[in-house]
Design a protein around this ligand. Sequence first.
Ligand code: UDP
Length: 441
Amino acid sequence: MFLTQKRHIALISVSGDPAAEIGQEEAGGQNVYVRQIGEMLASQGWQVDMFTRRNAPEQPMIVQHQPNCRTIRLQAGPAEFIGRDVLFDYLPRFVEAFQSFQRQQKISYSLLHTHYWLSSWVGMELRRQQPSLVQVHTYHSLGAIKYQAISDIPPIGSKRLAVERTCLETVSCTVATSPQEQEHMRSHVSTQGHVQMIPCGTDIERFGHITRAEARQLLGIPQTDKTALYVGRFDPRKGIETLVRAMAQSKLRGQENLRLIIGGGSRPGTCDGIERDRIEAIVHELGMSDMTHFPGRLGPENLHLYYAAADVSVVPSHYEPFGLVPIEAMASCTPVVGSDVGGLQYTVIPEATGLLVPPKDVDGFATAIDRILSNPTWRDQLGQAGRQRVETNFSWQGVASHLGQLYMQLLSEAALKTSSVAEPAPEAPKPVEKKAAVAVA
Ligand code: UDP
């Protein structure tokens, strides 16, 4: 039996609100991914509800994005920001709130797509209560890999590793967003469970439709400036310090008219605010304050302009399961210099759409950035090839179609299983006692 009717599905992203402003603390790729696939799946015929946790009292409970796509903010604990490392304790309340929403609205979701390990626990708990549910999971970050790169593993670390393992082994399907992430799951989490590789995507209409010269004019960036751009959250794992030190080296090596733009939001006193202060102090200490700009959070009105205006987009992360920023830059015809890690090894083709350098290698980053800044013709060739690569492989529309096919296949398999349980094969022995039949059901 293959289902043809698209159903009501729930995307669960406890820690990444799809309706949030992107670029601030803990709001990054996961939020963008959930929102984009949610909207795209809805336009492809699914009824999509995206669940997250309400983390500010002024937030509306429901945000309708499109007729068939909305964000639902469930009350689970105080309506305030709670960091991911301490959110686990609130998950049972999230499950209760989800169940009561389902009951009140008389909706029965047939498929859950959970995001990040915290939501995987929610999905597994919902499945325990309702075993017919199909669960698809995307990690967005793997504890087993992340913890290799940091010295201060949080107390919740061992719980996270255990949940990630159970999830991989028991959900209907785990989506890896790059071959590298798939390999990491197998080598560091478990060899059991079903995995399918479906990459992340980007908006190929929004990015790539303005020239460098026009974008610079709109942003007031001199046409002669050699401009390197960072876009993302302020998080030590993102390696912004490597970029700043690399630019200082380029300057020492004689590159002129250098400009460094570090885009991303932060709120004073929060973790990303602390990282931003640290980066600003390094910029100051290296005598780079004149050439470095912090425009703050880049929103829908100007993000595409910054990507288009840059000569090179730099992604110096220590670990990146996929990385939306590199494909956004490539979609904007801007070459990428990135760390030779994770999903960047999949999205960036060295010497064709950008360059890859070992993480934290300041010399290596300086050399790679210099090579691109010194050769505008090559820069443009890399940029064109990047745009083509994104158009072919990484549009949200294509990504959502793949996910939709996967959902249909899993729902069909689940329906088959249910019907074969409901209709025993003719030769199956009849239950002898009524009591036994009840126990089996
Ligand atoms: N972003 C944004 N404005 C900013 C900073 C970041 O819109 O000021 C977006 C960026 O364009 C990308 C996402 O946040 O879509 C970051 O995703 P990525 O996968 O690169 O990193 P993550 O945040 O998941 O670690």
